[in-house]
Design a binder for this molecule. Structure first.
Ligand code: DAH
Length: 474
């Protein structure tokens, strides 16, 4: 899920001009959330089906699993000292500056590429992460401080985010994240026998988190890689500040994990499930993000797998300076947490597409504040179709990302596509041409599909592959 982790690229070579929109011309402008954006033929790659997701705001529908989880985390994090401002209504179109530049992404970072990101035009895109709003929210804290309105010292932002990606039960082009951050104003010690005020405050804040963690019924077993080797601290922070800030960050995230999984365990106990976990194992791993240093990820051991939950770190001073804080004045941390995978596991939702269904039989099963397992209303059979083709291998070939193939299938098949997998790949020793075969599983969550309608979609997928990428169908 981490933006920084890009998928292995299977680059298809194709001849002809790479057209990111369908063979139809791109409209002059696109309306998203009631704003008209001019398009740009080299950049625009959002499609109507993606635009239609941008006004759903599932994370604020009270009885939606993603919203229930969001509220649970907000309540827990604000239960000790109400430190966090809450933002749930940011719109998904943001500037390239906010999504990447303000956070120090290098020009050549793969996250910026058109194969990974939905661009509205050359200056706007559908946010790929909630970190895009960090600067605005840091500025709000700063202006509260300046107006001597003591205000809060942190924020939580939840929102839908968008990435071009593969298609399977856990990947959807839109999903949800929660961003969190907390800062402390640095104070100079008045006399050398006394610790500066922010250090005293950090110690108190850490103690409060520790006390809360102690109260949880199923305890966390934490494996923590604390060495800063290859994960260096920033020069402007002292070693003690790094140590305390990091402890506060880690205990805060652990509190979230502990709350969420303890609630799941309680709900399992109430429904007499066998195999209830007796302990919760988590591990901290070093990571890299352009706007934090040092950085980590946390994983949770759940039903036999390590689940990647959240990336985080100590905010780079440049981000704080971009937000208007004075040099050396402030230290803090930030995290970004993926909500959908956790919600799938809490509510036992087997396919991420269900979150987006309009079917009442899904939505009436959940209520605000409660975790209960989803009861499948019916299982409709899937139907497989393969598409095989040769790629051109001449010198004019242009590289195309696998996500472009995914996008064609998604455009034609919409939510009827359960998964798309590359099942065969070889290069002919005679012609030197490469052959690929993708297997598409068409399966509706809400109804039976007919062979005729699937054949029609499959034909369009084949046509589009030829139209756009000039492949030779086999
Ligand atoms: N934005 C990152 C992602 O989407 C997650 C993240 C990592 C957010 C570290 C943070 C952070 O605020 O400090 O993968």
């Amino acid at each position: 899920m981490a933006l920084m982790i890009t998928r292995s690229r299977i680059l298809l070579k194709c001849t002809g001009k790479l057209r990111l929109f369908s063979s139809n011309a791109i409209p002059k402008s696109i309306n998203i959330n009631e704003v008209d954006y001019e398009t740009n033929e080299h950049w625009t790659n959002v499609t109507p089906s993606i635009v239609s997701l941008t006004d759903r705001s599932l994370h604020v529908h009270e009885s939606h699993p993603v919203s229930i989880l969001r509220e649970m985390i907000e309540q827990k994090l604000n239960s000790t000292d109400k430190a966090f401002n809450i933002y749930n209504n940011f719109k998904p179109v943001v500037s390239v500056y906010d999504n990447f530049d303000s956070l120090g992404f290098p020009e050549d970072h793969p996250g910026r590429s058109k194969s990974d990101t939905y661009y509205v035009n050359d200056k706007h895109l559908l946010r790929t992460h909630t970190s895009a709003h960090e600067m605005k929210c840091f500025k709000d804290i700063k202006s509260d401080q300046s107006s001597s309105n003591s205000g809060r010292s942190g924020f939580l932002i939840s929102a839908d985010v968008y990435r071009r990606d593969e298609i399977d039960r856990t990947h959807y082009p839109a999903f949800h994240q929660m961003e969190g951050a907390r800062i402390w104003k640095r104070e100079k010690a008045l006399n050398s026998n006394k610790e500066p005020q922010h250090i005293v405050q950090l110690r108190k804040d850490i103690k409060k988190l520790g006390d809360q963690l102690e109260k949880e019924e199923t305890k966390l077993i934490v494996e923590d890689d604390k060495s800063l080797e290859g994960n260096p601290k920033q020069d402007y922070m002292t070693e003690l500040e790094v140590e305390l800030c990091q402890q506060h960050l880690k205990r805060s995230v652990e509190l979230v994990v502990s709350e969420v999984f303890n609630q799941k365990i309680t709900s399992m106990k109430n429904s007499n499930v066998a195999d209830i976990p007796k302990e919760l194992k988590v591990r901290w791993i070093k990571a890299y993000f352009p706007w934090t240093a040092p950085s980590w990820e946390i994983e949770v051991w759940w039903q036999g797998d390590w689940l990647e939950v959240c990336g985080c770190g100590l905010v780079r001073e440049q981000v704080l300076l971009n937000s208007g804080f004075e040099k050396d004045s402030t230290i803090g941390w930030a995290f970004g947490l993926g909500l959908d995978r956790i919600a799938m596991l809490l509510f036992e939702v087997p396919d991420i597409r269900l979150f987006w269904t309009m079917d009442e039989r899904f939505h009436t099963q959940f209520i605000k504040g409660k975790i209960n397992p989803f009861v499948p209303y019916s299982k409709y059979p899937g139907t497989l179709r393969d598409v095989s083709f040769w790629l051109a291998n001449d010198d004019n070939a242009i590289e195309v990302h696998e996500n472009d193939v995914m996008e064609i299938v998604r455009n034609e098949g919409g939510d009827l596509v359960e998964s798309v997998k590359l099942i065969d790949e070889f290069t002919s020793s005679k012609s030197g041409k490469k052959s690929l075969c993708y297997r598409i599983n068409y399966q509706s969550m809400d109804r039976n599909v007919t062979n005729e309608e699937i054949n029609e979609i499959q034909e369009k997928v084949r046509d589009e592959l030829v139209n756009k990428y000039n492949v030779e169908l086999r």
